[in-house]
Design a protein around this ligand. Sequence first.
Ligand SMILES: [Zn+2]
Length: 305
Amino acid sequence: MFISRRSFLSKSAMLATLASLPSSLRSFGSAFQAQNFTPIRRGVGIFESRGGTIGWLVRPEALAVVDSQFPESAAVCLEGLKERSDRTMDLLINSHHHGDHTAGNAVLGADADHILAHANVPILQRRSAEKNNSVEAQKFADVTFEETWEESVGDENIKLSYFGPGHTSGDAIIHFQEANVVHMGDLVFNHRPAYIDLAAGASTRNWISILERAYKEFTDDTVFIYGHGNPTHGILGTRDDLLASADYFTALRKAVSDGIRDGKTTDEIAAKGLEGFDSFKVNGSADGIAGNLKTVFEEVTQTVE
Ligand SMILES: [Zn+2]
């Protein structure tokens, strides 16, 4: 199946409508539940509410979910999944440890047979929770992997890969191989500034390699799910988006290294901004790009390369 331009547009229009509603109506209202579930292909789809995009697999003999948002939205998602499947959840996967992808684990994954993530995820999740005094509210992965994990769930084959540090030091790329749908977690902030979590081991240099490697590993037929996106480009797309993100990080790194060569301060580099990345501005603002330039400055000046 090809995700047409038309479906992107109608999706954007729907999101714009939702965004214009008062927050009391927008948040978790059951009237909007049906719209929150978007099928993609062969039983794989997405759920959108608050936080990173949830991916799901619903087949006669498989129920698997990627990410859990927050407890309130996880409850809405779980309710919708129960309408679509009688199964106990086979697997809840965490794409990485950030709270907008794991805070709903205890709700969405309450009855899941297993919670699966990269080996660094429970460590990073616990460290963040200790800082926020929220360890008790966490549910951690009980199965972890280092480089790859692959297993059949019903008639779908799920493969997770870790290509080294990117957005954090625990980002999994999750491939539903039969459907040929990939959940990229927050390795793609689709046409918008990224959160570069240096404290959790992020690396923009390796992030570029991850995106280029993923581009080669998948095909033009692969449908990609992104943790976050801008309203125009959305949270679904094709592998060309991966190169757009890689180009963005390459431009950030070049702007920073050129600035350092010319004796500029981090504020001067941030103020100069990036040329040619207007589609990455949020509501026309370059603030997010400036913030990313400052983070990359911090990254390259603190790292021995
Ligand atoms: Zn994240």
